[in-house]
Design a protein around this ligand. Sequence first.
Ligand SMILES: *[C@@H]1O[C@H](CO)[C@@H](O)[C@H](O)[C@H]1NC(C)=O
Ligand SMILES: *[C@@H]1O[C@H](CO)[C@@H](O)[C@H](O)[C@H]1NC(C)=O
Ligand SMILES: *[C@@H]1O[C@H](CO)[C@@H](O)[C@H](O)[C@H]1NC(C)=O
Ligand SMILES: *[C@@H]1O[C@H](CO)[C@@H](O)[C@H](O)[C@H]1NC(C)=O
Ligand SMILES: *[C@@H]1O[C@H](CO)[C@@H](O)[C@H](O)[C@H]1NC(C)=O
Ligand SMILES: *[C@@H]1O[C@H](CO)[C@@H](O)[C@H](O)[C@H]1NC(C)=O
Ligand SMILES: *[C@@H]1O[C@H](CO)[C@@H](O)[C@H](O)[C@H]1NC(C)=O
Ligand SMILES: *[C@@H]1O[C@H](CO)[C@@H](O)[C@H](O)[C@H]1NC(C)=O
Ligand SMILES: *[C@@H]1O[C@H](CO)[C@@H](O)[C@H](O)[C@H]1NC(C)=O
Length: 266
Amino acid sequence: MHPNLFPTIALLLVITALSLIHFPSSSYADDEQYLNCSQPFDCAGIKDLSYPFWGSNIRPSYCGHPAFELSCSDDAPLINITFMTYRVLEVENVSRTLTVAREDYWNTLCPATIVNTTINFTVFHYDSATTNLTLYYDCPISTTTNLPQPDTTQFGCSVNDTDVSNYYFNNTVLNSIGNSWGACKYNVNVPVLESVAQPASSDSTALQEAIDGGFLLGWDANNSLCDGCKATGGQCGCSVASMKIVISFSLSVATLMEKKGSSISN
Ligand SMILES: *[C@@H]1O[C@H](CO)[C@@H](O)[C@H](O)[C@H]1NC(C)=O
Ligand SMILES: *[C@@H]1O[C@H](CO)[C@@H](O)[C@H](O)[C@H]1NC(C)=O
Ligand SMILES: *[C@@H]1O[C@H](CO)[C@@H](O)[C@H](O)[C@H]1NC(C)=O
Ligand SMILES: *[C@@H]1O[C@H](CO)[C@@H](O)[C@H](O)[C@H]1NC(C)=O
Ligand SMILES: *[C@@H]1O[C@H](CO)[C@@H](O)[C@H](O)[C@H]1NC(C)=O
Ligand SMILES: *[C@@H]1O[C@H](CO)[C@@H](O)[C@H](O)[C@H]1NC(C)=O
Ligand SMILES: *[C@@H]1O[C@H](CO)[C@@H](O)[C@H](O)[C@H]1NC(C)=O
Ligand SMILES: *[C@@H]1O[C@H](CO)[C@@H](O)[C@H](O)[C@H]1NC(C)=O
Ligand SMILES: *[C@@H]1O[C@H](CO)[C@@H](O)[C@H](O)[C@H]1NC(C)=O
C-alpha cells in the first residue's frame, strides 16, 4: 500500500462518517457556497462578521439567518427587527450579543412617530445588562406635582410646533410614583444599558447619550446547530428552498481529496 494513501483513506472515512451523521447533502454544489461563506465580511465599519449576518450586495443570504440581514450603506450597519430599524454599534460573536440603538432616536429625543421598542423574541432576548427607560410625552402641567424629585428628568420636544413637557424614568423611580403619568399623551419604553439608567443631570444630553449608547441583545440563530457545524469544519448558512435555518456547507469529499492530493504531490 502506498504510504501516503493511509491518511487519505482515514480522512475519507471520517468525512464520510460525519457527512452521514449530520450533513448527508454535502456535494460539489456546496463548494462554492462553502467558499463564499467562509470569509468574514465587513459592513459599515463593523469588521469580521460571519453567520448569522448577511446583507444584500455584500454577503449572500444563504450565508446567514433570515432575521439577520444588514444594510451596510450608512455610517453604521442597520438591522430591522419587527419592523423597527436599529443601528448596530457592536457585535460580539463569542458571547453572541449585539449592541443596537434605535435609529429613530439617533440624535433626537423627539422622533416623528412615537412608538414602543419591539424586538423579536424568537431570535433575540434582552441581555441582563439591559433595562428600560420609560419616556412620557406631552404631559399636562398637573402631572408634574407628582415628581419624586426636582424635575431632573424633564426634556423638551416640540409637537406640531408647540413645546410640550416630557419626562423619563427608570423602573425604580417608575415603581415609586403614582399613575398620574397616564395623563401624558404617549409613553414608550426605550431600552438602555443598566449602567446608564441613572440620570446623571437635568441635562437632556445625558438621556440622549444613554439612548444613543444602545442596549445589549443576545441572539439565538440556532447557535448550537451552528457550533456543531463549525466543529466539523463546516460553514453555517440557511436554505430558503428547504426552509431550513441552519444547514452546514462543507467542502465535498472529492474536493477535499483533490486538496489532499495536491498537498501530497507538493
Ligand atoms: C459566490 O460568490 C460569487 C461572487 O460574489 C458569485 O458570483 C457566485 O454566484 C456565488 N456562488 C453561489 C453558489 O452563490
Ligand atoms: C467570530 O468571528 C471570527 C471572524 O469572523 C471567526 O473567525 C470566529 O470563528 C467567530 N467565532 C464564533 C464563535 O463564531
Ligand atoms: C428595513 O426596513 C426599511 C423600511 O421598511 C427598508 O427600507 C430597509 O431596506 C430594511 N432594511 C433591511 C436591512 O432589511
Ligand atoms: C421573528 O423571527 C422569526 C425567525 O426569523 C420569523 O420567522 C418571524 O417572522 C419574526 N417575527 C416578526 C414579527 O418579525
Ligand atoms: C407602549 O407600551 C406601553 C405598555 O408597555 C403602553 O402603555 C403604551 O401605550 C405604549 N405606547 C405606545 C406609543 O404605543
Ligand atoms: C421594557 O418594557 C416592556 C414593556 O413593559 C417589556 O416588554 C420589556 O421586556 C422591557 N424591557 C426590558 C429590557 O426589561
Ligand atoms: C399634529 O397636528 C395634526 C393636524 O392638526 C394632527 O393630525 C396630528 O395628530 C398632530 N400630531 C401629534 C403628534 O399630535
Ligand atoms: C433610577 O433613577 C434614580 C433617580 O434618578 C436613581 O437614584 C436610581 O439609582 C436609578 N436606578 C437605576 C437602577 O439606575
Ligand atoms: C432552528 O432550525 C430549525 C430547523 O432548521 C428551524 O425550524 C428553526 O426555525 C430554527 N430556529 C431559529 C431560532 O432560527
